[in-house]
Design a protein around this ligand. Sequence first.
Ligand SMILES: [Zn+2]
Length: 290
Amino acid sequence: VKRPNYLAGLELDRASSLRSNPEKLEEAWSRPDTRVVPVFELKHPVTRREDGAVALTVLSPRDVDDFRGSRVLLGTSQGVAWFAVDLAGGEEPPGALGLREIAPLVSQSEGALLAYSFGILSWHRRHRFCGVCGSASRSTEGGHLRVCASESCGEQHFPRTDPAVIMLVEDGGRVLLGRQAAWREKVYSTLAGFVEPGESLEEAVRREVLEETGVEIEDVQYHSSQPWPFPSSLMLGFTARAKSRDIRVQLDELEDARWFTREQLRAGESVSLPSTISIARRLIEDWLKG
Ligand SMILES: [Zn+2]
């Protein structure tokens, strides 16, 4: 069995039936054992233990009653409800770090809990108004739906996930990696891009590789996926085989793209790999093992 990618592997029951029950939601919020994951401007305040390990800060509802930011039911675990709360409007809590920094330091399920919290709270922050009529919208269903407040409209808006494909292209002995100018020096990664309307995943994979590098591919195979809440992507990982080898870099997307051998990647002299938490790293490491 493959291990889940970083940011997946949530251990809560998402308890969707509880979302539509306002009385039970209020009752859960009133219980002192209810757990709250605080998020401040897409950072989370961690606690550092004496041995240097990092622990998530988990609060109870009374700790955050003063905050007016969004509140979302994440789910339940062993009869205890878990919420995420946006600490918007307050002061930045000490020790607050971004998800990219925290994820490598905490357990798989804690990383997933934070990714879920960041993803749904950023959706609330970015969707305060109805996209149909422009009126304000309000949160309902435990924070899993926004409804337009205009009676003549009333449009429902569901949390948004944007599919993006990310693909490891190989030619038998080498892998095709690219780099963006903004990245750390020497970092090369797998190619990636958003799926467009009216396009299948396989078509998106072929189009992105051709657009960015001029390389034609075949044998597109699904590998695994990863929630990537920066702010709302779902990364869909694929492998593919190159039909052509010549690279023609599209310079507005990439600074460079090259073929690398396993030896070059392992030696790491001219190339560094992407973040350990990324599915890109997982795709490359699985290829290195293969
Ligand atoms: Zn509306």
